[in-house]
Design a protein around this ligand. Structure first.
Ligand code: 48F
Length: 263
């Protein structure tokens, strides 16, 4: 039997499928903001434990800073400590000696995203988290979403809210969720050296990679910071195109989220 193509049937399939899936995500265990290496790794590892996880990414594509590698050379370097996290999703690594490995950016994004989806995480692209929801104790209990295109066009459009027991700020250098909390919750104290967003320091790859998994933590009640977001929040240095720390931070964020969710 051949399919009879009907444009309005296509429209209704797109709208009804979107509505059905989005409504299923209005109450989540974990909302992950940002689909870079830290967010994708956290998504895979929390979803694989059976939790309901969604990733919200403001761009129409996932992968964050992986695509551009170092200065648009689409390659990334990882160190021995992170090797297993890439290999377990099938990413081929070229061993370069002294504990260095090189991965292809396109393969890394594709396989990291596919593995997160296969583990049960839902991906929402083109959606910006523009605010958080708080409860009466000022704990973050969800994210507030708008279309990335609405934000870019600066349209006056009210957002929609999604409840989450845990939010992971994996927004990279921006640490957008934490900056929103700092700006909008009077008296909010973040678990950082200053109680606020310190801002990332200049590059020190060795120090940044050594610290990042350890720094990954619940920075504000209900919010874990992971990846570059935790470095930016706590005043740690940037590391450039060595990415192992991002995967390790995503792994740590998933462990902390599971602890926060366990009864
Ligand atoms: O920047 P990104 O890849 O963050 P990461 O996982 O990894 C950092 C590395 O890529 C690189 C590095 C490695 O050494 O330093 O920079 O910490 O991914 C962050 C994602 O978050 C999205 C953004 O588009 C990107 O894809 N994002 C940022 N703010 C928002 C957001 C927001 N408010 N709502 C939704 N997505």
């Amino acid at each position: 039997m051949s399919t009879k193509i009907d444009a309005t049937r296509i429209t209704s399939l797109i709208v009804s499928s979107f509505a059905e899936d989005f409504l299923a995500d209005v109450k989540l265990d974990v909302a992950i903001v940002g689909a870079g290496p830290a967010g994708l790794t956290a998504a895979r590892l929390v979803a694989s434990q059976g939790y309901k996880v969604a990733v919200f990414e403001r761009n129409l594509h996932v992968g964050g800073g992986i695509w551009g590698g170092g200065m648009l050379f689409p390659r990334l370097v990882v160190q021995e400590e992170a090797k297993a996290l890439l290999e377990e999703v099938g990413i081929s690594l070229k061993a370069c000696g002294e504990g260095y490995y090189v991965a292809d950016s396109v393969e890394t994004v594709s396989k990291s995203a596919a593995a997160a989806i296969d583990a049960g995480a839902h991906m929402w692209v083109g959606m910006t988290v523009e605010d958080v929801m708080i409860d009466d104790q000022q704990r973050v209990c969800g994210v507030v979403l708008n279309w990335g295109a609405v934000q870019k066009a600066q349209l006056h459009v009210d957002p929609l809210a999604v409840q989450a027991r845990v939010v992971i700020d994996a927004t990279g250098h921006d640490c957008d969720v934490l900056r929103t909390i700092e700006r909008k919750i009077p008296g909010a104290r973040l678990d950082t050296p200053t109680g606020g967003v310190v801002g990332e320091r200049p590059m020190n790859a060795a120090l940044a990679e050594a610290q990042i998994a350890e720094l990954t933590r619940e920075v504000y009640p209900g919010v874990i910071a992971a990846g570059m977001a935790v470095n930016a929040a706590t005043g740690a240095p940037r590391m450039g195109p060595i990415f192992g720390g991002m995967f390790l931070s995503g792994q740590r964020a998933a462990q902390i989220a599971a602890q926060m969710l366990s009864p």
